[in-house]
Every structure is written in structure tokens, then in C-alpha cells.
Write a protein that binds this ligand. Sequence first.
Ligand code: GTP
Ligand code: SPV
Ligand code: MN
Length: 601
Amino acid sequence: MPATNAPTTNSQLLNWVEEIRAMTAPDRVQWCDGSADEYAAMIQLAVDAGLAIQLDPAKRPNCYLFRSDPSDVARVENRTYIASRTADDAGPTNNWIDPEALKSTMRGLYKGCMAGRTMYVIPFSMGPVGSPIAKIGVEITDSPYVVANMHTMTRVGSKVLEVLGADGAFVPCLHSVGKPLAPGEADNGVWPCAPLDSKYISHFPEERTIWAYGSGYGGNALLGKKCLALRIASAQARDEGWLAEHMLILKLTNPQGRVHFVAAAFPSACGKTNLAMLVPTVPGWTVQTVGDDIAWMKFGADGRLYAINPEHGFFGVAPGTSSKSNPNAMKTIERNTIFTNVALTADRDIWWEGIGYDPPAGEVVDWKGKSWDRKEVAAHANARFTAPASQCPAIAPEWEDPAGVPISAILFGGRRPGTIPLVHQARSWQHGVFLGSIVGSEVTAAALDLQAGTVRRDPFAMLPFCGYHMGDYFAHWLRIGETPGAKLPKIFMVNWFRKTADGRWLWPGYGENSRVLKWVFEQCDGTGQAVQTPIGNMPAPGALDAPAGVSADDLAELLKVDREGWQREIADVREKHYPKFGAKLPKALWDELDGLQARLA
Ligand code: GTP
Ligand code: SPV
Ligand code: MN
């Protein structure tokens, strides 16, 4: 069946759809229009296939629970490929396979892989439809779960095809769960996916093309997010002089009504959603959300960096989300939300570790679909909610402004039990790039194949998301700082995750992080009280007051320069981290490392 009834005359798109149809052999092709009816139909298909459960509509209207296969619960970093023409363009931190060899392997997998299924064609926009910074992608998938999630996470629909027109360009995003159905076979309650070693999340940066196979989960399958808006967009941003980053964007307003916008890069499951939706404990201050995961930043005519959130929803970590830690997220997910791998209560509601209350009486069904034994976790550590950004009570009025918001400060951070203080400010853009380049974090459950808890370097929180050689990426950031007429954001490093030797959190985090945001704001305004230290500016004594439960000693520990810790940090960067990048590690960063060492001596 050629692409009849196709709602487009774009011949490139029509040809591509036909090529993929012929290769994957679906039973039928359906062009998605992004309508509420279509969303409902996708959910109904999943319910009928035993893959989704409706939650109590009185408590949680239009909300559904999905349980994925235990082998398919997070991004798979060691099955993710940057297949640029040469291995050197992918660099030492990406997996590389020759693009022709990879395509040949994957064509073998794709052959007939949609048998028994419908092939959906999803035209979507990252960024407001028609905005000059938005990018159009078209995802082909055989998963109704993916279609429904794409409705929430991106802007899907006929309007996108109108903007695309007869000859507009789009990023082709091919996805299959990799589980063809034999005649008469149905999913029958079993989450469809392929075994780990035939999963591929592949990127062809020069061609701006994505091929994903075998996983139905999150960033592996919702291809607008990490694949397009970060890996492909980062390569495009390098070529065109802008930035595609793993950053939240928030609007910070002081009691006098003055505003600064802040972007922050923390590795996966290290607090972006929580900071973006924060309810300040400091009286009179307000935080509003522009985005919680991705920022595209370009210079405006005034020389400032303007950021847009290319997404349309939140794919947020469920465990740890409570009315106390993140009331805005809890309100966002009251309706129209897909929950994946959380626990189900007897009253047909959701539950997870750290939700802030005990489950009601009766059986709790864990994320694997078994009666919860109360020994293992009820919700998977990377269980997530998919909810429309527009439902967030704290959403900033500017969140869909195609012009973006001017960024005053950029924060870098990660989970570091020691050494890295609560906050310090880079001495310059170049020093800030150095701080971004050495970001380290304890690994979280957001990636399937890594040992949670060990510290790894995750430069700019982009290690799994940079679509090219990370040494070139550092150089790109340095070049951005040399843009003539640029009024650059100030750069800070923060760490909410300090622990005592006996494992107690030194800092309460969440809403109390507003104390740090206040100091950042004041540094941007020139009214902050700071002391110069060998590592950069830090809050002067009294400039940042301790929240309840944080003793003066704790605060001193949080804000001290740990010279021994930094010596170990420098040695690790010098011996293990920077050498990975070889000749592509910009000399300016070695200079920053030497400078830091000299100042600490
Ligand atoms: P991705 O969506 O994977 O990119 O993650 P994210 O960076 O948006 O992380 P998120 O805000 O969802 O937080 C992940 C986990 O960290 C949750 O379990 C949070 O409860 C916890 N967390 C977030 N902020 C803080 C904080 O300030 N302190 C502490 N101790 N935990 C936090
Ligand atoms: C992350 O892992 O950083 C996420 C979730 O934001 S996923 O979209 O699955 O990559
Ligand atoms: Mn993320």
C-alpha cells in the first residue's frame, strides 16, 4: 500500500514513509493528527492489549499506568551509537559503528519488524509550531504508547505538516519496538521490546537521521527528546553557533519584582525537574518553570543568550516526588498523565517510594505487576510520569515564547557526596567552561547499564547526549564565549548532595535550594556579598543563611574550600579525565586546571 490518504505533499516525507513501510511490512499505516481522539484511541489500544490500566477517574482523570519489561526500564547507554562518518567525530565518549555497517545490521532487524502492527507516522515540532527556532521531526513508530507520549512531550499534528509544506526539511526518526506479531498473535499484556543485545539507539549526525530499534522506553523511544533535541541538535548547534543543552530553564523573581532567568545542567535524575518547579522557602521569592530537561540557546540582537524549551511536557522521575519535595509536580500529574513503572494501590491510584504517605490499606501491585512484598521497591527507581507542561501550576507565562528568555546565569551540578561545595561561581566564562567540563556525579538509575552510586565524570551533564566529539564540544563552548558583543551569563557550580561521613544529607535541598538561587540572583545583579577563594567566588559569611536543621558547622562545611578534596579532584581530571580527549582537549582548559592547582597550592 503506497502512502494513500497521506495528509502531505512533501515528496521527501512521502518517499521516506513508503521506503520504511516496504522494509518493516506493517499491516497498515496511520498518519497522526495530534487530536484528543487519537490520544484516546492509542490509550484504548494499549488497554485492550493488556499494556495499560486506567486509574480511578474520580481521583486521577484520564490517567493510565503502564508497566514495561524489566529489561526495558531506562536509557541504554551502551546500545546508543553516534554513527558519524569517522570514529574521531564521535569521540572517545560515544559508541561508534561505521554508519554503513550499522545501517546494514539494522536493516536486517527492521525487515518485517512491524508485521501484525500499525505503523504510525507522527509529525512533530520541537519548539512552538512555526517558530524560527523550532525543528520539525517525523517519528515513525509501531508503538501506540510512543504515539501517546509524543502527544504530550512534543507538539504533534496537522499544523506541523502545514509548516513543513511541500519541500520543508525534517529529521527522520525511525522507531520500532522490534517485536513483530505472527498472524493472530497479540501483545497480551507483555510489553513489546527486543532483547538487550539487539537494541540500537542510533544517530547519523551528518544526515540528521535517527534509527532506534528494540526499546519502547523514554529517551530510547520518544525520539524528539534526547535523540533529536540533544544528540542531533548538538551537532547542528556546533555547525551553526548555538547551544543544545541538557538544562532546565527557570524564571526567578525577587520580592521587588525583578527577574532573572537561570539555566541549569545536572546529570539525569540529579534534580532538574525539582529545581525548575521549586517553591522557595525564602519569603517573597518566586520560581516559575520554563523547561525541566532541555534548553536550546541562541544569541539575541542584544548580545544575550536566549533559551527556549523545545519540549511540550515533562517526562519526570516519580520516586522522591511528593507534596513536600515538589508540590507543583504533584499538581501537574493529577490528570491527563501516563505513569510508567510506578506501583498501583488497591484504590487504583499510583504510589512510589518517597511520595510522602503510606499506601492505603489493601494490596499494592509493584512495577513488575506482582503483589508487593514490601522487601523490594514498589516503584522502579526510574519510574516516570508523562504530563503536559501546561498543567504545571508554576509554568512561566513565557514558556512558549518563540523568542526564548534571556539567561542571566548557568548552573552546573551533580551528585557529589564530598569536595564540591554548595555553591561557587566561576571567575570567567573560560573558568565556567572548565567547571562544566569536570562535572562529576554519582550514577543514577536513569541509565540501565551503569553501576548506580559510583561517581563518573559527566561533562555539562551531556556525556550520554553529545552528538559529536566532546573535545570539540568544549571548544565550541569556549568559542561561544568569544562571540563579539556577547553579554554572557555568569556560571556557577552547585551541589545539593553533600553527605556526612555517616551518610546524612548535609543540605535539605528542594525548596531550600532557593537560598542558593537568591545568592546567584544577587551575583547577577551585582548586589551579592561574595568572598574570593582559590576555586572562585563564594557567599560571604552571612550572605546565605542556614535553613532549619542545618547547623552553623554544617553550613561552614558546605561552604568551605576542601583543599585536599580539590587536590584529588585535580589529580583525577589530570590523569584520568582530560587525557581521554587527546589533542582535542582545548589548551585553555589545561590552563584552567593548572591555574586552579597553582591557586590552591
Ligand atoms: P532527568 O529527567 O533524568 O534528566 O532528571 P532530573 O535532573 O530532572 O532529576 P529530578 O528533578 O527528577 O530528580 C531526581 C531525583 O533526585 C528525585 O528522586 C528527587 O527527589 C531527587 N532530588 C531532586 N532535587 C533534590 C535535592 O535538592 N536534594 C536531594 N537530596 N534530592 C533531590
Ligand atoms: C534522562 O535520562 O536524562 C531523562 C529521561 O531525561 S530519558 O528521556 O529517558 O532519557
Ligand atoms: Mn534528562
